[in-house]
Design a protein around this ligand. Sequence first.
Ligand SMILES: *Cc1c(COP(=O)(O)O)cnc(C)c1O
Length: 338
Amino acid sequence: MDWVDLRSDTVTRPTLAMRAAMAAAEVGDDVYGEDPTVNALQRRLADELGFEDALFVPSGTQSNLLALMSHCERGDEYLVGMDAHTYRFEGGGAAVLGSIQPQPVAHDVDGTLPLDRLAAAIKPVDPHFARTRLLALENTWHGRVLPPDYLRAAHDFARGRGLSLHLDGARLYNAAVAGGVSVRAIAQHFDSVSVCLSKGLGAPVGSVLVGSAPLIDKARRWRKVAGGGWRQAGILAAAGLHALDHHVARLADDHARAARLAEGLRDMPGVELLGQHTNMVFVGVPAERLYELDAHMQAARIRISIGYLPTLRLVTHLDIDDDGVQRTLEAFARFFAC
Ligand SMILES: *Cc1c(COP(=O)(O)O)cnc(C)c1O
């Protein structure tokens, strides 16, 4: 029996068709800008999101870091959600490697950073303070799609305050598919956007940063400094192009399966359904039974992440089919029946 791995949408493995596209990729040395497949991927995403240029990088963490280091100088500051990936889950890279001070701001439950809270966090122009330069948002945030009106308001706010605006769009395509809008409609509000190919889109490796040509030039330099200058990366870019061709519309299936999972867990005794947003389901289970639940699930060949204690996050993706959803619901039901 195959594993049903609900820990994250990063766990997908390349399909046979994707592997065939990778094997057939034309390649060159990307540090010289000579990999045709990397160039095609960068061009495609720049055009699709409505930007001048793009840069293919190994990870979303590096993509966000390069964006921050390209927007900000040493001693600058960026405003960021207290529970944003960039602030919490990237090892403090902006501070460690960029000498950029984060100013975390508390999220509202919908993932937005209220503009009055942001305004209060901006520092006066004065030698006592870091220079507030950038606002970084995340969409989707814990699966939640940021409201389009908020994006517009955040854009106007940033413009009015002379801040640049970066989007951690690791799951931008989930947001677009769920919201029934183009990725460009979301990206248009930002000065740079980072997109992960290795999450729901199902590529094995890679993220792309898009922005203006001067910004991407800076990011390319920082990528080299960070050790991310890679060579025949077209093999990986081919996986990304394949994902963009074949794995975007199907994100709706992941969202539908997450909804089905949530529906099945809603009235299950012992489980508290906390919410379902795009491809993520959040449930509360009794903390004292968590390890027992984990062992029970493993025995049924189901992987769940219990790292978010005591909330479970179940994530659907390319490698979770209807049968996987069914098996998961049955395993939960068996566990909580006794
Ligand atoms: C996964 C993720 C990243 C970073 O991606 P890696 O490729 O794992 O470094 C950034 N932001 C968000 C919201 C993510 O979920």
